[in-house]
Each structure stands twice: as C-alpha cells, then as structure tokens.
Design a protein around this ligand. Structure first.
Ligand SMILES: [Mg+2]
Length: 404
C-alpha cells in the first residue's frame, strides 16, 4: 500500500481546525488533527510545504519509521508547530492502519483496559452563584467530575469564565485582535479558597473538583494556593506555574499534598523528564494533537506509569473531533488512564467531523468503527473557511503583560 494523496483542510465551523487527509492507492483514507489554536496557518504551511511532498509514495503501515524520519529528519526538533504537524501524520497513519486491519484503533493499542472513559466538564461563573448554577448544569449533563473557574472581584475578565456583552450574548475568546483580560494575583489567591468552600458546601465532599491556574503563579504563590485548597480535597491543581520552568514544581510539591497536573503546552517527553522521574506531578496532560501523535503519547503514558502518574489528555474545544477521537482510543487502551477533559463541540463542528465516539452519562467510548472513526465532510468544511483568530492576552492593572 502507498500514499497517493495528502491534503491539508482548514475549516472554521465556529472556530478554526486544521486537518490532514491522507489517501492510499487502495482507496483507504486517514485523518489527523493539526490544530494549533491562534497559530493555525503556521502548521498548514509546515505540512503543505514541507511534509506532504515527503509522504507521497510512502507505505502508510510504517508508522514508527515515518514518525522518526519526520522528527529526526527535520533536524530542528520539537516545538508546537513541528509536533502538531507530525501528530497529524501519525494519527492519519494509525487511522489507515486500523482501517486496513478492520479494527477500531484501540484494538491495535492493546485493546480495552476499561469499559468506558471518565471525563470532566467545565463549570464557570462570573461570581459564585453563577458558578454554582454552572456546576449544576454540568452534573445534569452527566459529568462525573467538574473543573471550577470563577470570576474574581475587581477583575473584568478571567480565564475559564464566559464573558457576555451588553445583550447577554457570549463574547468569544477567539478574536481578530487579541482580547485583553486583566489579572491580579493577590485578589485571585484570596478568592479561590472561598470558591471551593462554596462549591463543597453546595455539592458535598464526593464530587471531584478540578481547578486550572493557567500558568499564572510563582512557585511560592502556587505552594500557598495548594495548601489553602487542601481542606477541600481538589482532584487536581492544573498548570499552577509557568510551563517553561520544571524546577518550580519542586517547591510546590514540597509544600502541599494537593495533586498536580501539567503538560497541555508540552510537546515532547523531554518537557516532562524531571517532573516524572522526581515524581513532582500526578497527571500528564498533553494532547495527541500537540505532542506528536498517538505514537509518542503512548510512550509518555508508559513512562509515567512507572511512577504511578496517570493520563489526563487535554481536551478543549480547539482539539478537533479528529484529535478527540484519537484521544478516546488511547484513553480506553492505556492502563494508567486518569481522566479525560471533554467539552464537546458545536452541532456544526460535529456535522463537519462526523464521529463514532459517543458521550453517555459523562463517559466517552470510541465506538467500533474501523480506524479512529471520524469522517470529514469536505464540502461543508469548505463552506466555512478560515477566520483570523487570536487567544487573549493578560495585563496587570499597571499595564504589565502577565501569563495568560
Ligand atoms: Mg488547562
């Protein structure tokens, strides 16, 4: 079998998605997600200009060899653009291999290690009463665990809280120019324990509660927050310090027993090396789409398993259904699965990417369709072309840029 066609499809059914579609001489097709939110077209060029010419004529069964040749052959290794491009190729090849075998991908990864995949959903409110309503809504949708994010008194816009305009309509964080949010670390640190206290008082001790700090604290601030949240037994504290500094988590770890989750902006196992071998974290959070695909993420999970660290694949709305499908196959197969982030997609996105995976009673299942189980409606995709969009930036009250 040979790859005879490779094309990159960019579509924006509400937000931008980049998809690689490979076709073989036997008529099999494979899809891979290459969406890098806010920098999408850099990956499009990487794929179309530099990778697609190398794929034509390749045997799609050679998944590992193709991964190694794209990773090592570029010489310029790692980085989000490179690894998103390689991820798309890797997942598309796994899709073809599984289709050729007549099996859903999870069967090629060792088969199911569980019956279904537990998830957490996002709850957010501009204040605590609005947050409690949002938690109630997620529980009504069946989610067994909830990430809680709240507005902070004195701040206009905060990560994880949907902003609304004067008419009450949601303001999308994807903008033609970056939306400017504001930040005050002291106000945040004062408010978050009260948020957890209110949610525990309303929903009891058993509900798993997660919280995302989005890389905004110094090590000593993160240590303080971890200690302050201990009475509320969070499921985890996510990305508490900036991702570039692995050493930061030594101080946090020494100071608190609150579980720590990191890695959504990591690209390779080397970003995790000290964190895993020194057991500084509890969950690895990389997405299939940004970590070079199923091949390296499976290896990361096996490495993490030696240290009792669990998987928790990044699953925001900007991971396309193609990337989500690949994640759910891995989730079902790996032994050290922890939890899967899942927000779902809009009906229009689900029409562009028809998928076999299902979400029932707060749990995902990849389905039994051979391959990853996603079909791309190219006509509908073409009807919704790329739109320029940026993620927000964050500024302190004096105008200084802060981590977003
Ligand atoms: Mg996050």
């Amino acid at each position: 079998m040979k790859i005879v066609d490779a094309k990159v499809v960019v579509t924006s059914p509400g937000r931008n998605f980049v998809t690689l579609k490979l076709t073989t001489d036997e008529g099999l097709t494979g899809l891979g997600d290459a969406t890098l939110n806010g920098r999408e077209l850099a990956v499009v060029s990487y794929l179309a200009d530099h990778v697609v010419p190398l794929l034509i004529g390749l045997d799609p069964h050679r998944v590992e060899d193709t991964w190694q040749s794209l990773y090592r052959g570029a010489y310029w290794r790692r980085g989000p653009v490179t690894m998103a491009a390689i991820a798309a190729v890797d997942v598309a090849l796994w899709d073809i291999k599984a289709k050729a075998a007549g099996l859903p991908l999870y069967q090629l990864l060792g088969g199911a290690s569980r019956e279904r995949v537990g998830t957490y959903g996002h709850a957010g409110g501009r204040d605590i009463p609005e947050l409690l309503d949002s938690v109630r809504a997620r529980l009504a949708e069946g989610y067994p665990a909830v990430r809680v994010q709240s507005g902070i008194p004195g701040l206009k816009a905060v990560y994880g809280v949907v902003d609304t305009d004067d008419t009450g309509a949601p303001v999308l964080h994807q903008q033609a120019r970056p939306l400017v949010e504001d930040w005050d670390t002291a106000a945040y640190l004062r408010h978050v324990p009260a948020v957890f206290e209110a949610v525990r008082a309303e929903f009891g001790a058993e509900l798993p509660l997660l919280h995302d700090v989005h890389h905004r604290l110094t090590p000593i601030q993160a240590a303080r927050l971890g200690k302050d949240l201990e009475p509320y037994r969070p499921f985890w504290l996510e990305d508490c310090t900036p991702a570039e500094n692995q050493e930061a988590l030594r101080l946090v770890r020494r100071s608190t027993t609150t579980p720590l989750a990191v890695g959504e902006v990591f690209n390779t196992v080397y970003d995790y090396q000290a964190l895993i071998t020194e057991q500084l974290i509890d969950y690895v959070r990389s997405a299939v789409t940004h970590f070079g695909g199923v091949t390296p993420l499976r290896k990361l999970f096996d490495f993490a398993a030696q240290y009792q660290i669990r998987s928790a694949i990044h699953g925001p709305e900007d991971i396309s259904p193609v990337g989500m499908a690949a994640a759910v196959h891995l989730d079902l197969a790996v032994h050290n699965f922890g939890i899967q982030e899942y927000s779902g997609h809009t009906p229009l996105t689900e029409a562009v990417f028809r998928h076999a995976y299902t979400f029932t009673d707060g749990h995902l299942h990849p389905g039994e369709t051979p391959g990853i189980g996603v079909e791309l409606d190219e006509e509908l995709a073409a009807a919704h072309p790329y739109e320029a969009a940026y993620l927000p930036v964050n500024r302190l009250h004096d105008g200084t840029v802060h981590d977003w």
